[in-house]
Design a protein around this ligand. Structure first.
Ligand code: NAD
Ligand code: UDP
Length: 313
C-alpha cells in the first residue's frame, strides 16, 4: 500500500539509496536534510518523480508534516564530520530523536531509528549481540556520536513504553557503497580515492583493528524489512559478519584498483574500536535477512562509482 514517508538525512549516503528505493516502490517520499554531509546531487535523479519531495530543514528543530512512516537517518556518520562540531552532533541525535518521536506520537506514524554498532563502543564481547550493553567512553572524542546515539535509543524505548509510539531500532555496522562522499573520511572511501589517485594509503595504527563491511543495497533491504515487520521493535543488528583487518581491506582495495600506492601507517585515533563484527542471528530469524554481497564485489561497484565521479568532475 502506498505510504507517506519522511526520510531525515535523506540526501546523505544511506538516505539517498533509501529514498530511491521507496520512490521506486511508489511511496510518497519526503526527503529532509540540512546538507551538512549530504548533497542535493545524491537525490538529483529523483527530482523529476512526482512522488519525491525535498525539504531543507535541520532536525534539531521540530517538523510538522503528515506521514505514515519516518526513517530517522539525520546525523553525520564519519568520525571526521561528527567530531567537527561535537555539540551539534549530540543535538542532532538527541533533539532530532525527540522531534521525530514527537511527530510520530502526534500523527501516529511508525518511526525507525538508524542506530549504530558504535553503541557497543570498544567491545569486550565478540561478535556483538544485541543484548551486549557495550563499552563506551563517555568523555572521549567519539562520545558525541556514541553517547548521542545511545540516548536516542533510550528516547525511542521510553516513548514506546510511555506513549505507545510504534518504534523500530536498527544498529547499523560499517556500510559502504556508491555515493559515499569523496571527502567523507571513512575508511572505504578514503582507501579507494587514495588508490585511484595513486596516493599513499593511510592506515591508522598498525591496521590490525577489524571491521565488518556491509554493502549498501544489503543494508537498505534490511532497513526496509525492519520498518515493515510487525510485532518486533528491535534493537536489531544489521551488517555483514565477514570481518577484515584494516590492513586486509587496504590490500584488497589496492589489488582491485591496481596502481602504485604505498601503505603508510599513522597514529591510531583515540578510542578507535579494536574489533567489530555483528552477530546477525536475530536479523536472520526475525527478518529473514542476511547480506548477499561479498566485499570484493561491493568494492568493485564502489570503485566504479568513484571512477565515474572523477571522470565527471
Ligand atoms: P551521511 O553523513 O552521508 O548522512 C547523514 C545525513 O544527515 C546527511 O545527508 C546530513 O546532511 C544529514 N544531517 C546531518 N545533520 C542533520 C541535521 N541536524 N538535520 C538534518 N539533516 C542532517 O551518513 P550515512 O552513512 O548515510 O548515515 C546515515 C545514518 O545511518 C546516520 O544516522 C548514521 O549514524 C547511521 N549509520 C551509518 C553507518 C554507516 O556505516 N554508513 C553505520 C552506523 C550508523
Ligand atoms: N581508518 C584508517 N584509515 C583511514 C580511515 C580510517 O586506517 O583513512 C581506520 C579507522 O582508524 C578505523 C577503521 O579504519 O579503525 C574504520 O574507520 P571508519 O572511520 O570508516 O569507521 P569507524 O571507526 O567509525 O568504524
Amino acid at each position: 500500500m502506498k505510504k507517506r514517508i519522511l526520510v531525515t538525512g535523506g540526501a546523505g549516503f544511506l538516505g539517498s539509496h533509501l529514498c530511491g528505493r521507496l520512490v521506486a516502490q511508489g511511496h510518497d517520499v519526503l526527503c529532509l536534510d540540512n546538507y551538512f554531509t549530504g548533497r542535493k546531487r545524491n537525490v538529483e535523479h529523483l527530482m523529476d518523480y512526482k512522488n519525491f519531495e525535498l525539504m531543507r530543514h535541520d532536525i534539531t528543530f521540530p517538523v510538522f508534516v503528515e506521514v505514515d512512516q519516518i526513517y530517522n537517518l539525520a546525523c553525520p556518520a564519519s568520525p571526521v564530520h561528527y567530531q567537527y562540531n561535537a555539540v551539534k552532533t549530540i543535538k542532532t541525535s538527541v533533539m532530532g530523536a525527540i522531534n521525530v518521536l514527537g511527530l510520530a506520537k502526534r500523527v501516529k506514524a511508525r518511526v525507525l531509528q538508524a542506530s549504530t554498532s558504535e553503541i557497543y563502543g570498544d567491545p569486550y564481547v565478540h561478535p556483538q549481540k544485541e543484548d551486549y550493553w557495550g563499552n563506551v567512553n563517555p568523555i572521549g572524542r567519539r562520545s558525541c556520536y556514541d553517547e548521542g546515539k545511545r540516548v536516542a535509543e533510550t528516547l525511542f524505548f521510553d516513548y514506546h513504553r510511555m506513549n505507545g509510539v510504534d518504534i523500530r531500532v536498527i544498529r547499523i555496522f560499517n556500510t559502504y557503497g556508491p555515493r559515499m562522499h569523496e571527502n567523507d573520511g571513512r575508511v572505504v572511501s578514503n582507501f579507494i580515492v587514495q588508490a585511484l589517485k595513486g596516493e599513499d594509503i593511510t592506515i591508522y595504527g598498525d591496521g590490525s583493528q577489524t571491521r565488518s563491511f556491509c554493502y549498501v543495497d544489503d543494508l537498505i533491504e534490511g532497513m526496509v524489512r525492519m520498518m515493515n515487520t510487525d510485532g518486533f521493535v528491535g534493537p536489531v543488528n544489521l551488517g555483514n559478519p565477514a570481518e577484515f583487518s584494516i590492513r586486509q581491506l587496504a590490500e584488497e582495495v589496492l589489488s582491485l584498483v591496481g596502481g602504485s600506492s604505498k601503505l603508510v601507517f599513522g597514529d591510531l585515533p583515540s578510542d578507535d574500536p579494536r574489533q567489530r563484527q555483528p552477530d546477525i542471528t536475530l536479523a536472520r530469524e526475525r527478518l529473514g535477512w542476511g547480506p548477499t554481497v561479498e566485499l570484493t564485489e561491493g568494492l568493485r561497484k564502489t570503485i566504479e562509482y568513484f571512477k565515474s565521479e572523477s571522470a565527471t568532475d
